[in-house]
Design a protein around this ligand. Structure first.
Ligand code: SF4
Ligand code: F3S
Length: 78
């Protein structure tokens, strides 16, 4: 699945939400999050983000690995 990472924090451009055909990108606090089960992996949001915050989880850089869990946890009730 695609995940949103560090550069989105306090930037929240929002262009990705307009590009997403299934509306699975949600605002929450200081950044936006992609719902891992609703995302259809179309990749349309990837190049739209002006700060390059969106990544494919299997190609994510090590320093951004934690955001896979952070995106998932955002949608998981504690
Ligand atoms: Fe939405 Fe497609 Fe991006 Fe998933 S990959 S968040 S479905 S635009
Ligand atoms: Fe954030 Fe980029 Fe979307 S800054 S809100 S991931 S367009």
């Amino acid at each position: 699945a695609y995940v949103i990472t560090t550069p989105c924090i306090d930037v929240k451009d929002g262009a990705c939400t307009a590009a997403c055909p299934v509306d699975c990108i949600y605002e929450g606090g200081r950044m936006f999050y992609i719902h891992p089960d609703e995302c259809i992996n179309c990749g349309l949001c990837l190049s739209i983000c002006p700060v390059d915050a969106i990544a494919w989880d299997e190609e994510i850089s090590p320093d951004r690995q934690a955001f896979i869990g952070i995106n998932r946890d955002f949608f998981t009730p504690a």
